[in-house]
Design a protein. Structure first.
Ligand code: CMC
Length: 393
C-alpha cells in the first residue's frame, strides 16, 4: 500500500478529465461549456441548456426544434410502469420511487443495458430518459396524493408540461402562470450540472463498470437524496419551519449550528468547493424575491427567517472563519414552496434539473472510454491471525 495516498472524501483528488462544467470555488465562478451561469439563467431555456451540456454547443433553432420534437415523442411511459407504483407503501419517499422507476426503465428498454451501444442507440436512451423523467417525477407526487394521474401534454413546453402533470386534474383546463414557468426554468438551469459532485461522481463510477445509463442515473438519484447533498433543499425549509414554530429566534439556531456537541448544521450553508458565495445562490436569492413579489407572497415568514438567518451567519465569526456561505439549496426551497411544490418533492425537483448533467457526464465517460472506477484504501485492520474454533473464542 506504499503507493496509495489517502484523500478521505476526495477533497483533493481529480477523478476524471471533463470538458463540461468549469467551477472556481475561490472566485465563485460557474460555467457550463464556457457559458457563465448568470447568462444562461437569464437568457436560456432548460432544454437549450440540456442540449448544451449533453452535446457541447448551444443548439441552432433547427437543432433545438428537432431535440424538442424527439423529446415530446417519448414523454409517455409504459402503462405497466403505473402498476409498479401500487407496490410502494404510501409513506415511501418520492426519491425512492423515482430511483426505482428510472432503474425499471431497463426492463422496458432492454437494449439500454448493452455495453456496446451505437451512437443512435445511446441517443435514443438519452432522449427517452429526458422525456420520461418529468412524467415519472410528477406521477410520484400524484400517486402519493392518491390523485388520478395526468398524461403528458406535448403541446406544452418541458416546464409547463411538468407543472400541468403535477397540478391539474384530467378534467380541468390548466392555466399556466408564466411567472411560475419561468421560475421553474431558471431553477432547473441552475441545477443542471455541477461537475464532480457526489451524485455525478456516483453516476460516473457506476457507469464506469459499463452499467447502463438508467442504472447509473438511478444510483445518482439515491446519492442526491442524502441530506448533505440534494436532500438539503427539503431540510432547509423544514429547518425554517422549525425556527418559525419555535418563535423565530434565529440566533438560537445559529448557536446550535456552532455547537460542536450538537449534530445540527445550518442547512443550505457551506460547500465543499465554494469558499465564496455560491453563484447559484446569488441568482436564486434575487429570483426568490421576484417570484414571491409576483405571486403576492412577499410577506412570507419563511423568506424573512431565511434572510435573517443568512445575515446572522454572514456576520458571525464561526461562519466567516470557515468560509461558509449560503449554497444553492438555501433559497431554492422557498421558491419551490411558493410555486406550490410540496416539501417532500423538492429533491425530486433537484433531480429533474440535474438530469442533463448526469447524462452529459455519463456520455463523456463512455465516449472517453474511461477505465472502471476503483478507489484504493489504507488498510487499518488486523494483520494476520489464525482461525479459532467457535468453542475456543
Ligand atoms: N453548519 C455549521 N457548520 C458547518 C456547516 C454548516 N452548514 N458546514 C460546514 N460546517 C463546519 C464544519 O463543522 C467544519 O467545522 P470544523 O472545521 O470546526 O470541524 C467546517 O465547517 C468544514 O466543514 P466540512 O464538513 O469539513 O466541509 P465539507 O466540505 O466536508 O462539507 C457540506 C460540505 C456541504 C457537506 C457541509 O458544508 C454541510 O454539511 N452543509 C449543510 C448541508 C448542505 O447545505 N448541503 C448542500 C450542499 S450544496 C448542494 C448540493 O451538493 O446538493
Amino acid at each position: 500500500t506504499g503507493y496509495v495516498t489517502l484523500d478521505s472524501g476526495y477533497k483533493n483528488t481529480g477523478a476524471t478529465k471533463s470538458a463540461i462544467t468549469f467551477l472556481d470555488g475561490e472566485e465563485g465562478i460557474l460555467r457550463y461549456r464556457g457559458y457563465p451561469i448568470e447568462q444562461l439563467a437569464e437568457k436560456s431555456s432548460f432544454l437549450e441548456v440540456a442540449y448544451l451540456l449533453i452535446y457541447g454547443a448551444l443548439p441552432t433553432e433547427a437543432e433545438l426544434a428537432h431535440f424538442n420534437g424527439q423529446i415530446t415523442k417519448h414523454t409517455l411511459v409504459h402503462e405497466d410502469m403505473r402498476k409498479i407504483f401500487d407496490g410502494f407503501p404510501s409513506a415511501t419517499h418520492p426519491m425512492a420511487i423515482l430511483s426505482s422507476l428510472i432503474c425499471a426503465l431497463t426492463g422496458f428498454y432492454p437494449q439500454s443495458v448493452s455495453p456496446d451501444l451505437s451512437p443512435e442507440e445511446m441517443e435514443l436512451n438519452i432522449i427517452r430518459l429526458l422525456a420520461k423523467m418529468p412524467t415519472i417525477a410528477a406521477w410520484t407526487y400524484k400517486n402519493n396524493m392518491g390523485h388520478p394521474l395526468n398524461y403528458p401534454r406535448n403541446d406544452m413546453d418541458y416546464c409547463a408540461n411538468f407543472l400541468y402533470m403535477m397540478f391539474s386534474f384530467p378534467t380541468e383546463k390548466y392555466e399556466i402562470n408564466p411567472v411560475v414557468v419561468s421560475a421553474l426554468n431558471k431553477l432547473l438551469i441552475l441545477h443542471a450540472d455541477h461537475e464532480q459532485n457526489c451524485s455525478t461522481s456516483t453516476v460516473r463510477l457506476v457507469g464506469s463498470a459499463n452499467a447502463s445509463l438508467y442504472g447509473s442515473v438511478s444510483a445518482g438519484i439515491n446519492a442526491l437524496w442524502g441530506p448533505l447533498h440534494g436532500g438539503a433543499n427539503q431540510e432547509v425549509v423544514e429547518m425554517l419551519e422549525a425556527i418559525e414554530r419555535d418563535g423565530g429566534d434565529t440566533s438560537k439556531f445559529i448557536n446550535k449550528a456552532k455547537d460542536k456537541n450538537d449534530p445540527f448544521r445550518l442547512m443550505g450553508f457551506g460547500h465543499r468547493v465554494y469558499k465564496n458565495f455560491d453563484p447559484r445562490a446569488k441568482i436564486i436569492k434575487v429570483a426568490a424575491d421576484e417570484v414571491l413579489q409576483a405571486l403576492g407572497m412577499q410577506d412570507s415568514p419563511l423568506l424573512k427567517i431565511a434572510q435573517e438567518l443568512e445575515q446572522a451567519a454572514l456576520t458571525d465569526e464561526y461562519f466567516i472563519e470557515r468560509k461558509l456561505y449560503p449554497n444553492v439549496d438555501f433559497y431554492s426551497g422557498i421558491i419551490y414552496k411558493a410555486l406550490g411544490i410540496p416539501t417532500e418533492m423538492f429533491t425530486v425537483m433537484f433531480a429533474l434539473g440535474r438530469l442533463p448533467g448526469w447524462i452529459a457526464q455519463w456520455k463523456e465517460m463512455r465516449e472517453n472510454k474511461e477505465p472502471i472506477g476503483r478507489p484504493r484504501q489504507i488498510y487499518t485492520g488486523e494483520l494476520e491471525r489464525d482461525y479459532t474454533a467457535i468453542d475456543a473464542r
